[in-house]
Design a protein around this ligand. Structure first.
Ligand code: ADP
Length: 260
């Protein structure tokens, strides 16, 4: 028996296939999300990595993410909050606080000891504090998003990026660049700004340990360090954090398949 979870996000499309023992048989990530060829490409890629599995071989399919209703082949659609919680709790059963930063939102989720969501807080109104903010800044700084963490690790100082608006913060960064402030220090300031917004959400959950990060931005070790510094607590990064929502969707598909 095989089941599939698809997470159609704003910035990326992720797919996970599980077998009867809840092992990940295959997964894929394509760095474009809803409204693009991303979901179709992620599906094509995930099956390519298997020994001839096809979509018809999937007993149940669950879709999640911002674009979850655009995929007609799903048996069910489930919210990102539930799927991230399910995926992360499966990987890290000691997780009680989840910080998930994606392409266009940031969430803090509180779990009980059985992994049920007891509370969540979300910023989906503003790009500041999300992956989009980091993508805009990487473009202004003319560096790859994947190099941000390394620059951050070489910073000698954390420059203040105080604007709460992405457009104004972009002007602030341009002004720092024209004042010859090293990119390393500006990037540390950008990461501190994202961290402070995520921590604002996380504090509202009561901040019980363990604190676990998921979502694409958890791959940026600079943001993870900045969050840990601000919370004065260790932060665990979920293994393969960008696919935790798709994994949660696949686990819901598994439960559905076992019901019948
Ligand atoms: P969504 O689910 O909303 O589509 P993701 O959880 O995939 O979003 O997160 C996307 C964000 O993750 C991007 O905007 C980018 O800032 C960040 N990101 C993606 N890949 C990497 C990477 N390899 N290193 C650092 N940051 C990354």
């Amino acid at each position: 028996m095989y089941v599939l979870g698809l997470d159609v996000g704003s910035a990326s499309s992720k797919v996970v296939i599980l077998d009867d023992d809840k092992n990940i048989v295959s997964f894929s990530t394509v760095q474009v999300g809803t409204g693009s060829t991303g979901p179709a490409r992620a599906l094509e890629e995930v099956f390519k990595k298997t020994n001839g599995l096809k979509i018809e071989d999937m007993t149940k399919i669950v879709a999640t993410g911002y674009g979850r209703y655009a995929f007609e082949k799903a048996d069910k659609q489930i919210s990102e909050i539930s799927c991230h919680a399910k995926g992360i709790f499966h990987l890290v059963p000691t997780a009680r606080t989840i910080i998930d930063i994606g392409g266009q939102d940031a969430k803090a989720i509180r779990l009980d000891s059985r992994g049920a969501v007891s509370q969540f807080f979300m910023n989906d109104k503003c790009a500041a504090g999300t992956g989009r903010f980091l993508d805009v800044m990487a473009r202004v700084l003319e560096i790859e998003i994947t190099d941000m963490a390394e620059y951050d690790s070489r910073a000698s100082e954390v420059v203040n990026v105080s604007s709460t608006c992405t457009v104004f913060a972009e002007s602030e960064v341009i002004s720092h660049l024209s004042n010859n402030i090293p990119k390393e220090n500006i990037i540390a300031g950008i990461h501190a700004s994202v961290a402070s917004k995520a921590c604002g959400l996380a504090y509202r959950t009561g901040l019980e340990d363990d604190i676990v990060m998921g979502g694409g931005v958890a791959q940026n070790a600079g943001v993870v360090r900045a969050i840990s510094r601000e919370l004065r607590r260790p932060v665990i990064v979920a293994p393969n954090p960008q696919i935790t929502g798709a994994l949660g969707a696949a686990l819901f598909a598994y439960d559905e398949a076992k019901k019948h």
